[in-house]
Design a protein around this ligand. Structure first.
Ligand SMILES: Nc1nc2c(ncn2[C@@H]2O[C@H](COP(=O)(O)OP(=O)(O)O)[C@@H](O)[C@H]2O)c(=O)[nH]1
Ligand SMILES: [Mg+2]
Length: 261
C-alpha cells in the first residue's frame, strides 16, 4: 500500500501480547491494513486514487481514535503518545518515570515495536502493567491497535497510560490513537536539524524532550538552535532538556505529566 516506507498489506499482521507472570501467550489476530502517507509531487490518476484511499484510511483511524478517547475519558485514563527515532531513549525514560512516579499515580504502558517483546519485558521488570504490540512490517501504531491494546491491558481507573510508539519520526505523526498528548523525544546524538527534516512530527508535538543531555559536552548539538527549529514548525511548543540516565530535568517532565489530567 505505502510506496514511501514499504509497509504493505502483506505485512504479516499485528500481534498484541499481554505480559503476565503466568501468561506468555500471543493473543494474535491477523490484521491487514492500509497505510496512508503523503506522496508529494505525484500527479497521476494513480496518485489521486492513492490520496483518496489514504484520506479514507485516516478518516477511519480518526473515528476509532475518537472512540478510544471517549473510552479513556470515561475511565479517567490519560494517554501520552511517545514518539521518536529508534534509540532516542523512550524506554529508558519510561523505566525511570515508572520508578520515580511509583505510589503517586497508577501507570500502565503500551509498547509498540515491529518485532520482539524486549521493551515490554524491560517495562514488566518495573512491575508495571504492560502490553506489547508488534506491528510486523508496519511502521506506526494506529487507533485499531490502540483499541485492541486497551482491551488487553484494561488500565486501572485514573491511570497514566504511556504509549511507546514504533521508533520512527515519520508515520506515527499521522495517526491519532485517542491520546491526550503527544510527546516527541529527540536525543542530542541525532543532530540539531531534525525538527526541520521531520516537520510533521515536531509540528504534532505537545511537548518536545531533548534527551541524553548528559552527552552534550561530547557531541555537536545546539539545544537553543534545535528549539528554534522546533518552534519554526510549532511556535508554542514546550521544550524540556532532560537525561533519562542521570535524571537531569525530569522534575519538569513529571510536572508536565501531572498537568495532563
Ligand atoms: N547517555 C545517555 N544514554 C541514554 C539516555 N537515555 C537512553 N540512553 C541510551 O540510549 C540507548 C537507547 O535507549 P532506549 O531507551 O532503548 O531507546 P528507544 O529505542 O527510544 O526506546 C540505550 O543504550 C540507553 O541506555 C540518556 O539520557 N543518556
Ligand atoms: Mg524502546
Amino acid at each position: 500500500m505505502c510506496g514511501t516506507c514499504g509497509c504493505s498489506e502483506e505485512s504479516g499482521g499485528t500481534r498484541i501480547t499481554m505480559l503476565r507472570e503466568d501468561d506468555g501467550a500471543d493473543h494474535g489476530h491477523p490484521h491487514p491494513h492500509e497505510h496512508p502517507h503523503p506522496h508529494p509531487g505525484l500527479q497521476s490518476d494513480d496518485a489521486v486514487e492513492t490520496v483518496t484511499i489514504e484520506q479514507r484510511v485516516l478518516a477511519k483511524n480518526d473515528l476509532l481514535a475518537e472512540r478510544n478517547r471517549t473510552w479513556m475519558t470515561e475511565r479517567g485514563v490519560v494517554a501520552v503518545n511517545m514518539m521518536s527515532s529508534p534509540g532516542a531513549g523512550k524506554t529508558t525514560l519510561l523505566e525511570r518515570t515508572i520508578n520515580d512516579l511509583a505510589g503517586r499515580r497508577p501507570v500502565a504502558v503500551i509498547e509498540g515495536d515491529q518485532e520482539t517483546r524486549l521493551d515490554a519485558d524491560r517495562i514488566g521488570r518495573t512491575g508495571c502493567a504492560v502490553v506489547q504490540v508488534n506491528t510486523g512490517a508496519g511502521c506506526h501504531l494506529d487507533a485499531e491497535m490502540m483499541r485492541d491494546a486497551l482491551t488487553a491491558l484494561s488500565p486501572a481507573e485514573g491511570s497514566l497510560l504511556m504509549v511507546e510508539n514504533v521508533g520512527n519520526l515519520v508515520c506515527p505523526a499521522l495517526f491519532d490513537l485517542g491520546e491526550r498528548a503527544k510527546a516527541v523525544i529527540i536525543s542530542v546524538t541525532e543532530g540539531t536539524d531534525k525538527p526541520l527534516k521531520y516537520p510533521y512530527m515536531f509540528a504534532a508535538a505537545d511537548l518536545i524532550l531533548v534527551n541524553k543531555a548528559d552527552l552534550l559536552p561530547y557531541v555537536d548539538f545546539d539545544v537553543e538552535q534545535c528549539t528554534r527549529h522546533a518552534r519554526s514548525v510549532n511556535p508554542d511548543v514546550r521544550v524540556l532538556t532532560v537525561s533519562a540516565t542521570t535524571g537531569e530535568g525530569l522534575d519538569h517532565w513529571y510536572d508536565w505529566l501531572a498537568a495532563q489530567r
